[in-house]
Each structure stands twice: as structure tokens, then as C-alpha cells.
Design a protein around this ligand. Sequence first.
Ligand SMILES: *Cc1c(COP(=O)(O)O)cnc(C)c1O
Length: 377
Amino acid sequence: MNSEELKDIYRRNKYYSDTFLGYPVAKDFSYSDFAPFLDICINNVGDPENKSTLAIDTKDIELKCISFFAEMLSTNMQDVWGYITNGGTEGNLYALYLARESFPNAMVYYSESTHYSVKKNLHLLNIPNIVIRAQDNGEMDYDDLEQTIALRRDKPAVFFLNIGTTMTEAVDKISEIKRIIKKYAIKDYFIHCDAAFLGTIAPYVTPKPQFDFAEGIDSIAISGHKFIGSPIPCGTVLVKRKHRDRIANSVSYVGTMDTTITGSRNGLTPLFIWDFIQKHGHEGLRLRVEAAQKVAAYTENELKKLGLNAWRNNQALTVVFPKPSKALCTKYQLASEDDIAHIICIPGITTQDIDNFILDLKAEITSITVNAEAVFA
Ligand SMILES: *Cc1c(COP(=O)(O)O)cnc(C)c1O
């Protein structure tokens, strides 16, 4: 590749990285200190707790990351096991795989606000599933869930819950799920939390949403490149150790236990995550959440000042508002669904960035009003 071509690709991506407002991907990181690692192929092949014959790995660091996440999720390494994945999708796939191995004839319930990748995961695993209606804020409709469960009390149930939906950052309530489990005396069940975006946020929100192992969940998937931030997509999955042990007994040895979805695994991403943990820790994460919440509150308020129906789920970093023109959605890379769009106030987005967007939006609204007046004059 010639250097002009490379420069172009860099400039293009840097520009789009600096200007987007619609994706839950932190921008404020720098891992250029890790450049020497780009000359080594680090491969955490197989189970993070088993050394393989390949010695070029960062499994020691990977386990430190998992241990930090376990503590963050109200548990410990005796009770849970986990690994660093390629992102939220892989974590969700892994958890659903374990759920199926636990209850081969289970039914999976998930809301219509669930991330698009889950449908594909269920298809890959060939698990029967039912989509539950969502409320207007994106949260599962518990009445619909209850009516659906009432007809299938004999079946083991896998609850796939959203701890922050993609579009509105809605959180499904574990207390409601537990109420339904109890009411219909469901004996065999598995609770998975898709906390791709909120996993490293929710622990630091007060009051803390119910979503972690203290609530009796079986598994959780979190993205690493979203709130933490990483130049390479990554994530983590944590599961109750007994679920991992169930599959470990049935897989073959390749010098290490084949308990992960892919064999070869990224050895670089655990270094980024651990570097972040070292720099920030729990207190740093708490401050990071508070700072982002402030920008989100500011954004909501500025949009309201324009007379727009802007709203957030409880303390969310995602601000939902009526979809603006296609030109603005493109310029700021705003994701939209039907007639709504959102801005996600992730670390790296400042009130200055919001002000720039508001100026553009204001100009657009004014010109629409002026044109409308011209038509009706
Ligand atoms: C982003 C996201 C995913 C997918 O995670 P990746 O890291 O992109 O694979 C799944 N679920 C939710 C709720 C998400 O926000």
C-alpha cells in the first residue's frame, strides 16, 4: 500500500471518528504506547485459565481483567468464569450456547428492542424463541411476557434481557422476570444479560440497576470498545462457573481446553482493557459515568430548548429525539429507527460537539419553518 493511500484512509477515518454522535463507542483513548506489540502475534488460544503449548499470550492479564469485571458484577472467580471476546455479539452467542447446553429443550424469550445480532445467534444455535413486545421506552412488555410464559409453563425458559437497548438504552427489570418465574413456578430457567453498552456503566449509576450476579443471573456479555474504548472491537463474557464446566467436560484438548467460541483469540485487547482498568479503576469509572451523564443532560436540555420532544431513560447517556434530515443524520452519523434518532454521549463527546450539532439543527428547523411560512403565505 503506498503512503498516499494510507494517509487518505487515515484522514477519512479520523474525520468520521471525530464527528460522529450516534454510536456508543468511546473516542478518548490512546494506545499508541502499545505500538511495539504490533510486531508480535499474541494469541490467547483456548481457555484463559489453561496454558497452551503456545507461550506467546497475555492470559495472565486477561484473567486480571476478568477478575476486575467479576468484582464489578458483585461476584468472584470461584463462582464465575469468563474470557475476553471479540465483542458483545460473541458474548451473547456464548451465553446462549451455554443456556442451550443446560436446557436443550428450552424456549428463549427476548424483546423486540433486542440487538439485531441475537436473531442470528439463535438461528446459528437453532434454539426455539419467541419475541416479546416492547414498551414505548424500549423496555420489555412484562404483561406480554407473562401471557406468553403462562402458555408454556412446562418448558425451561431462557430470559435474554437487555441492560441498555441499542436504540433507547432501556433496561429490562430482573425483578419483573423473577416475579413471573415465581408466579408460574418455572423450575428450569437461565437468565442472560446483554449489557454490551451498560455493563461498565450500570455498576456506577445510583441507584444501581438490578442486573448483575447478585441478582442471580447466569451470564452477562459486555463490549470493551463501547464505554471503555479500544482501537480493536472486544468485549467480555462472564458465566457461572458450573455452566462452563458442563461444556468443558465434553470438549477435546488441544493442549488447552477448547471452551471458547473461537480457538485463536486476540492477545492485544486484554492489554488495552487492563491498561484502562489500571488507569481508571472503579472510582475512575464512576467519574467517567458522571461526566457523560452531565453531557447527556445538557444535550437533552438543549434539544428541548429547540422545542423538540427529547427524552432519556433514567440517567441514560442516550438522548432520543425526532429524526432530523438525512443530511444531518449522515453528517453526524446518527443511527435512526422509524421516526426517532439518538445521540449517545460517550466519553470523548463534549458540550462543544453538542453545540455544533445544535447550531446545525437550529438552522435546519428555521429554514423548514421559513419555507413552510412561504408556502402558507
Ligand atoms: C453493540 C451491542 C451489541 C453487539 O455488540 P458488538 O460488540 O458490536 O458485537 C449487542 N447488544 C447490544 C445491546 C449492543 O448495544
